[in-house]
Design a protein around this ligand. Structure first.
Ligand SMILES: Cc1cc2nc3c(=O)[nH]c(=O)nc-3n(C[C@H](O)[C@H](O)[C@H](O)COP(=O)(O)OP(=O)(O)OC[C@H]3O[C@@H](n4cnc5c(N)ncnc54)[C@H](O)[C@@H]3O)c2cc1C
Length: 277
């Protein structure tokens, strides 16, 4: 196993520019699970980010909460201010694995891994977060989370780019919902994940485990914006059919996922907005 150990971002992106198939490693909680079976990965080098101090920690400005790429779930869980302003981040972080995974696993790793069942990504998307992608020569760009994924485990990130920061706009929300439906309460991969927010910029409804990528649900957002009467979960099924395309797999069936998503959205909003009764 060959491991490169940069100490700053410039060094890290310069290493990636020279050798684009280097595998960045943050907490290693996704990467090392697959280590025994991914024989081809043993030939590739690893870019260990743990020595890049500037990627650690969180910063507050008037407009944003910014997470460094090495920020873990546990740092979020234990930060009272994040709990006050971005409640769903704490709720989602608490649902990721158990404390061992929460202590090592990073938000950036969750994004880069690209799993459609990820728990961190939906809340970041529902809060309108953006990801910073840095490359050699000082290049960096911000990409909105809701346009980051292009297909199953595919994203707009180029192989020579590193996720360096994630920024979450500070805003007031009247509605914030996070729900994860799994086979059990802890240590489960979601069958259906949902993050919903309503703030000054309107509704954001984000579904996990319902499509090849985590995605916003434009048809449901439209229904909610129109304040169309929703009197039972089934009233949401047509919009859900337009927004997502779940599969039958070992965790669940597509039909179960769609009905569950309808029920979760309905019960999360019933009585909280006048048109969901
Ligand atoms: C027992 C167990 C339970 C788990 N439970 C959950 C769960 O409930 N919910 C959930 O969402 N996930 C879960 N996971 C998956 C995993 O813990 C998370 O996805 C975690 O956020 C990954 O972060 P990491 O820092 O460990 O990533 P790593 O394993 O280090 O990397 C993951 C991927 O991201 C890439 N990467 C990492 N950092 C960067 C960067 N800065 N720039 C570019 N690419 C980067 C890596 O190359 C790799 O492809 C679980 C894992 C285990 C082992």
């Amino acid at each position: 196993m060959r491991v490169l150990t940069p100490t700053n971002v410039e060094e890290a992106v310069a290493m990636l520019a020279v050798e684009e198939d280097l595998i960045p490693m943050a907490g290693g909680t996704d990467l090392l699970v697959h280590w025994p079976e991914h024989l081809e990965a043993r030939e590739r080098g690893y870019l260990d980010l743990s020595g890049v101090e500037s990627l650690r920690g969180m910063e507050w400005s008037d407009a944003f909460l910014t997470l460094g790429a090495l920020t873990t779930y546990w740092e979020v869980v234990t930060d009272a201010r994040v709990g006050r302003e971005f409640r769903l981040m704490v709720e989602a972080a608490r649902q990721v694995g158990a404390i061992q995974i929460q202590s090592r696993g990073t938000w950036a790793g969750n994004i880069a891994n690209g799993s459609p069942a990820a728990d961190g990504v939906p809340v970041l998307m529902a809060y309108g977060a953006e990801v910073e992608l840095a490359s050699a020569g000082g290049g960096a760009r911000w990409v909105a989370m809701d346009s980051y994924y292009t297909d199953y485990k595919q994203s707009v990130k180029r192989p020579d780019e590193l996720i360096t920061r994630v920024r979450v706009p500070r805003a007031e929300y009247e509605i914030e919902v996070w729900e994860k439906v799994g086979s059990r309460r802890a240590q489960a991969i979601s069958k259906v994940g949902l993050a919903i927010t309503k703030g000054d910029e309107g509704w954001r409804v984000v579904a996990a485990s319902m499509a090849p990528t985590i995605r916003r649900c434009a048809a449901i957002e439209k229904l909610l914006t129109k304040e169309a009467a929703i009197n039972r979960p089934e009233d949401l099924l047509k919009a859900i059919g337009k927004d997502v395309s779940p599969i039958d797999d070992l965790r669940s069936t597509a039909a179960y996922r769609e009905l569950t998503m309808a029920r979760v959205v309905y019960h999360a909003l019933k009585g909280r907005v006048s048109f969901v009764t």
